[in-house]
Write a protein that binds this ligand. Structure first.
Ligand SMILES: Nc1ncnc2c1ncn2[C@@H]1O[C@H](COP(=O)(O)OP(=O)(O)OP(=O)(O)O)[C@@H](O)[C@H]1O
Length: 205
């Protein structure tokens, strides 16, 4: 999957958040959006996947040189972001089974196997609302890494993770992203040291 941005701009009321963005994102590569708080990283991410309208320019998607409609793009994407909430009333097992109905897991692993892999097995029957913020983040990341989707988007991926959680995140990046298009939004250099393509939002003001 490739994503192409041509003269893309987004304005809230009278304020341009970014303008004249001409970038392409290619399968098998990773990219990080950087910039200070409020600079527009999350806004660019949401415009890029079609969940937020843009003000000017064009976003297009293609797979093997065939155009993909914005209406079909959600099937190709998994996203872990602070503003995407989990269903708090579900247990961990119910959350994973619910997600699996919409997005199958890689290698056809079961919900129980995924829970083992994200190291949350002792909490299988615990309600998500009683999870710590770090456990919720590990669940969001686990669902993204293990889902069968060619595009993986991670907004502030290590927020609320401890040192062991951050090390786990970096291992999952190595294991699960080489063949996918990975885009990260980050303020933490240690979560994208491996990334070769850095997009600074301040270059598009
Ligand atoms: N729905 C909205 N309506 C009006 N302004 C908005 C809206 N969403 C975001 N903004 C504004 O757009 C700007 C960019 O916000 P955005 O969340 O994209 O920044 P960010 O770089 O991801 O920040 P952070 O590092 O704090 O997560 C901010 O000034 C914000 O107030």
């Amino acid at each position: 999957m490739n994503i192409q941005l041509e003269n893309l701009g987004k304005k809230f009321r009278k304020e341009w958040i970014f303008r004249n963005v001409n970038l392409s994102f290619e399968a098998g590569k990773n990219y990080t959006f950087v910039g200070p708080n409020g600079s527009g990283k999350s806004t660019l991410l949401q415009v890029l996947i079609g969940v937020m309208p843009h003000t000017e320019g064009k976003v297009s998607y293609s797979s093997n040189n065939q155009e993909v409609s914005v209406d079909d793009i959600y099937k190709k994407i998994v996203i872990a972001a602070p503003y995407l909430e989990l269903v708090e009333e579900f247990t961990l097992l119910e959350s994973v089974e619910f997600h699996q109905k919409f997005k199958p897991f890689k290698d056809n692993i079961s919900a129980n196997e995924l829970i083992e892999k994200i190291q949350l097995a002792p909490h299988k029957d615990k309600t998500v609302k009683n999870f710590s913020s770090g456990m919720k983040q590990r669940l969001k990341l686990g669902l993204a890494f293990y889902s069968e989707a060619p595009i993986i988007l991670l907004d502030e991926p290590t927020s609320n993770l401890d040192a062991q959680g951050t090390a786990w995140y970096l291992e999952q990046i190595e294991k699960h992203t080489p063949d996918r298009l990975l885009i990260i939004c980050s303020n933490q250099p240690n979560e994208y040291t491996f990334c070769k393509n850095i997009v600074d939002i301040r270059d598009y003001k």
